[in-house]
Design a protein around this ligand. Sequence first.
Ligand code: MN
Ligand code: MN
Length: 310
Amino acid sequence: MKELVFGHRSPDTDAIDTAIAFSYLQNQLGYDTEAVALGEPSDETKYALNKFGYQAPRVVKIVANEVDAVMLIDHNEPQQSVADRDKVTVTHVVDHHRIMNFETKAPLFYRAEPVGCTSTIVWEMFNEKGVEIPSKLAGLMLSAIISDTLLLKSPTTTELDKKAVKALAEIAGVDYESYGLAMLKAGTNIADKSESDLIDQDAKSFELNGSTIRVAQINTVDLPEAMERKDAFLKAMQTEADAQGYDLFLVLLTDILNSNSKGLAIGSTDAQAGLEAAFDQKLQANELDLPGVVSRKKQIVPPLTSAFEK
Ligand code: MN
Ligand code: MN
């Protein structure tokens, strides 16, 4: 029985590349799987796929029309997953996020580790199972780790991620620092994209104590250039928040070279107060100063969660 393997909506490089890697591993172990994606790859992901000779996975919106069972990569929360997930059986999860609102009817394989990237976990699984990693696939897995850890600089980075990067770079035959910087830069070309596309590209929704919070992240190597578009970002965020019913929409503009972020935020009075409490500062014309912040998962979601759950 065929199963589909996929990462979260608004897929990043981890969601797409690690789904391909995990699908390959599972097929070696006797499963019949296909890696698919819940959205189109970003420029960064396209750069990685292209570099190592892969096609972008087929994009699906629903899955129950073609399979009974699925494997989830790089997510577990239902609002980040496929729309009809309640209609299929989840047989495997490999993830490095908090576990939230996740329930299944049947037992499953669930592998979670607090490491920087899902590919680091899948790299361990290849080693545990004694399955050889093809050179091209090692390149994809390496790309995922570089993406999630911003070249091992994010505070989410662990010793295991560093070990995986070194091992995978060797198998792939690339210099991870120069390749990694080129890949990250490929993902920061925002000049020819609309604000509404940019705020949707790497965005996640969270339910915090009854409020729906949307947090998007846009990587840049030129923060002043990105901030010139502030008013247009705010307008696009408001349109999206009205359409989707978000109580708070926070967009992080992250300078990947200097590891700093600016936050742009709109939302209800209560939600804005929650945001201000979380970061102990007042919003100044919808703007938040976030020095040293590069990780949504480690530096944004936890303080927001504690502020909203008070
Ligand atoms: Mn991800
Ligand atoms: Mn990830």
